[in-house]
Design a binder for this molecule. Structure first.
Ligand code: MN
Length: 338
């Protein structure tokens, strides 16, 4: 059975592994059919993910088919199509006890801290699986995980249809947040440096898009928000200077949601937060958002297909990663099939 393993930083290989045995209590054998390549997979390859250990089978965005179930499993049956929640939490720590298992003190993410879904078959607890409609292609359903990131971001930012949202970054994560915010009816302003991504954002309902490699970002934000500033800002780029800019431009009572893991500190004066009573909110992974995100996709309220720029076979993974890294103008979400 083949798997995609980052053996050590800088080295990615297709390896042969034992297929899973008969599922034990509570467990299921899943045949993976599609996997999304994420920026964090590429960070693991380059040794830039602070949470990853090696060797590591990557893959945290996956859709597949149930092949076998343990005798006590009733929630899923062979033949069901499922998406896999990559978040593993302990259920006992203070964060888990208040229902915030995505920031569990013993948090593990499949494909990051522990082996992930980039393999032909694997054994998983039934509790991490969510069944989707049989007429939904695997290559579409696999976008569910990125949409859980959007659901979490919008929940953290308390976004409603009354908001004007300024979004930094129109890559795959920016795009899912845009679609989720448009679904709520919010006005969304998008900025990025890649013109093709700004064009896609406009097609997906951004009211305006600005190329931030050009001068005049502040003036554009001011004039697009009647001089008030955005009620919500999302930094889907994760840079210290963007965080500073987000605080500077926020409307009174504004909310700023950050998703980055950049190590660079920002210089933000306390008074700039206090004077306008700003909320600064971190958003990490997702907190039980699979049912919600899957509902958006199944009801056609978001457009995952518009985000998929390329599909490759799993053995072409290096070619796929090379394309993502060297052709940002042509790529958005890249999917591997198994
Ligand atoms: Mn991802």
């Amino acid at each position: 059975m083949r798997a995609i393993e980052v053996t050590k930083p800088g080295e990615l290989r297709i390896v042969d592994r034992e297929p899973p045995r008969e599922p034990q209590a509570g467990h299921v054998v899943v045949g993976i059919r599609a996997m999304g390549i994420c920026g964090s997979d590429i960070h693991i390859l380059h040794g830039q993910n602070p949470f990853a250990t090696y060797p590591r089978i990557i893959g945290h965005e996956a859709a597949g088919e149930v092949l076998a179930v343990a005798s006590d499993v009733t929630a899923v049956s062979p033949g069901d199509r499922v998406v896999v929640d990559p978040v593993i939490s302990c259920g006992e720590c203070p964060a888990c006890r208040i229902g915030r298992q995505n920031v569990c003190s013993r948090l593990q993410v499949r494909g990051v801290h522990t082996d992930g879904m980039a393999r032909e078959q694997l054994l998983l607890p039934a509790s991490c699986l969510h069944v989707f409609r049989k007429d939904l292609p695997f290559e579409t359903a696999v976008l569910c995980e990125p949409f859980t990131i959007a659901a979490e971001t919008l929940w953290r930012g308390r976004v409603t249809g009354a908001d004007t949202l300024l979004l930094f970054g129109a890559g795959p994560i920016g795009q899912v947040i845009l679609q989720g915010a448009r679904r709520l009816g919010a006005k969304v302003l998008v900025t990025d440096v890649v013109p093709e991504r700004l064009d896609l954002a406009k097609c997906m309902g951004a009211s305006d898009a600005f190329d931030s490699s050009k001068e005049g970002l502040r003036e554009w934000v001011r004039s697009s928000t009647d001089g008030v500033g955005p009620s919500v800002t999302v930094d889907a780029v994760g840079r210290a200077d963007i965080f500073e800019l987000a605080v500077e431009m926020a409307a009174p009572a504004g909310r700023i949601v950050v998703l980055g893991f950049g190590p660079e500190p920002s210089r933000i004066a306390e008074r700039s937060i206090t004077a306008r009573e700003l909320d600064i909110l971190g958003s990490r992974l997702h907190n039980n958002k699979f049912p919600e995100a899957l509902g958006w996709i199944e009801r056609g309220e978001v457009n995952p297909r518009a985000l998929v720029s390329h599909t490759f076979r799993m053995e072409e993974v290096e070619k796929a990663i090379d394309l993502i890294e060297h052709a940002p103008r042509e790529t958005c979400k890249v999917i591997l099939t198994f």
